[in-house]
Design a protein around this ligand. Structure first.
Ligand SMILES: NC(=O)c1ccc[n+]([C@@H]2O[C@H](COP(=O)([O-])OP(=O)(O)OC[C@H]3O[C@@H](n4cnc5c(N)ncnc54)[C@H](OP(=O)(O)O)[C@@H]3O)[C@@H](O)[C@H]2O)c1
Length: 246
């Protein structure tokens, strides 16, 4: 299978790394930065000269440009047989208008796709080949188009919030004398284990299991409450949504 990436930025790179496999050819374009060639070199793919050539040669085109570049890219991609759009805050209706003769799948992935552990919200065409690819990249959730912005605010942006929490906890550990790399390792592995637990237990149950009455975790949770941690996360999700809705 030939997968063409129109755009070779952060999200294209994460997805291409997740899909790289000797049985596939990966093609890339950019708007002149050279990132297409860099990715092609890293993953054994090919930077092609134009979006038109990409559309001609690819079985699936992943549209990974900034939303403002939709119409410009679409004009070059008329030969594509299926488009998988990663564009944030860009409705299926707008995508279908930009690609009137092509199957379009709207996807909101997060960076976990790079390691096959992403979350991918999906709507649009039932194109089997495109959807099978997405299944390889992580947890796929079928979502109505009008819920994509709200979902993006919690799953598209959240890897950055979780990374911030990991960094802050590890930095606090290092400030108390732990080796900085060890502190990060401890917190990263703790985060991975906690994520597994949270698949089968509610957050409240996990919190209660760790925070025995009068214990040190309870003191930590009280400090987080006092410092407004919950409100800070709520504000982050709201701010992301407001930015998306322009
Ligand atoms: N980053 C995330 O976590 C994330 C998550 C979900 C969805 N998304 C969505 O994914 C899309 C890309 O985001 P990003 O963070 O990867 O952006 P990015 O790093 O800025 O990458 C955009 C890429 O598009 C290329 N480009 C621009 N115009 C082009 C054209 N006409 N033809 C071919 N390539 C063109 C750019 O080329 P140059 O390299 O030459 O500048 C660049 O390689 C956005 O729509 C965003 O909403 C991102």
């Amino acid at each position: 299978m030939v997968i063409g990436f129109c755009g070779s930025g952060s999200m294209a790179a994460a997805m291409a790394r997740g899909l790289a496999d000797p049985s596939r050819s990966l093609l890339f374009t950019d708007s002149g930065s050279g990132r297409a060639a860099q990715l092609a070199t890293e993953l054994g793919g090919e930077a092609v000269a134009s979006n038109g050539e990409l559309a001609e040669r690819a079985d699936v085109v992943v549209l990974a440009v900034k939303p403002a570049r939709l119409e410009e890219a679409a004009a070059d991609l008329t030969a594509a047989s299926v488009i998988v759009s990663l564009l944030g805050a860009t409705s299926l209706e707008r995508l279908e208008a930009a690609f009137p003769d092509t199957d379009v799948v709207r996807v909101m992935p997060n960076v976990g796709v790079e390691v096959g552990k992403g979350v991918l919200c999906v709507t649009g065409s039932a194109h089997a080949g495109a959807r099978a690819l997405l299944q390889e990249l992580g947890h796929v959730v079928e979502l109505p188009d009008d819920q994509f912005d709200a979902a993006t605010a919690v799953m598209g942006c959240a890897p950055a919030y979780v990374a911030l929490a990991v960094e802050a906890i590890a930095d606090a550990g290092a400030a108390d004398g732990l080796d900085a790399d060890l502190a990060r390792e401890l917190v990263v592995e703790t985060t991975a284990g906690t994520a597994e637990l949270l698949k089968s237990h509610s957050p409240a149950v996990v919190r209660k299991a760790v925070a025995s009455p009068g214990g040190s975790t309870e003191a930590g949770l009280e400090a987080l409450d006092r410092e407004g941690a919950r409100e800070a996360f709520e504000a982050a999700v709201r701010a992301s949504l407001e930015r998306m809705r322009g």
